[in-house]
Design a protein around this ligand. Structure first.
Ligand code: ZN
Ligand code: ZN
Length: 143
């Protein structure tokens, strides 16, 4: 039995590499979940590490480009520098790529999802929970 990581009290701000896009999150951020699905591998170069927040709590300044990566999800990025910023699955929360947050974030990694498709050259040695599919709800205690 794995106990879920409680919701962080941290909120934050961040942006893309070139500075054209900045965002602010006005609610507590979810602990970070690492996703090893093929789409995240390809768009990030290894895996995505993402936090999340209620959609209405993410305020964006700048022109985010969206790529429809599957029937239900789209990925937000900067067209100038290519930074991956957001993952939007159409629900009430939007994922924010943790690496784009200003540091310190006050967040910690809760675990890994889609481990079945993780890069065969990449070892998971942090001892955190690993799931074969999309089980971030098991990893993180959300309201
Ligand atoms: Zn940029
Ligand atoms: Zn993924």
């Amino acid at each position: 039995m794995i106990s879920a990581t409680p919701l962080s009290s941290a909120s934050g701000a961040g942006g893309c590499l070139c500075g054209a896009i900045r965002y602010r999150v006005t609610s507590p951020l979810r602990p970070v979940v690492a996703c090893h699905c093929r789409q995240c591998q390809i768009t990030s170069g290894n895996h995505v590490a993402a936090t999340s927040a209620p959609r209405e709590a993410v305020e964006v300044d700048g022109d985010v480009q969206w790529f429809q990566s599957s029937i239900e999800a789209r990925r937000g990025f900067c067209a100038t520098c290519g930074s991956n910023l957001f993952w939007d699955g159409g629900g009430d929360r939007i994922s924010v790529m943790a690496g784009t947050l200003d540091q310190p974030t006050g967040l910690r990694l809760a675990g890994h999802i889609y481990c079945d498709t993780r890069g065969d050259w990449f070892e998971l040695t942090d001892g955190l929970p690993q799931y074969s599919g999309s089980d971030d709800r098991a990893l993180v205690d959300l309201p």
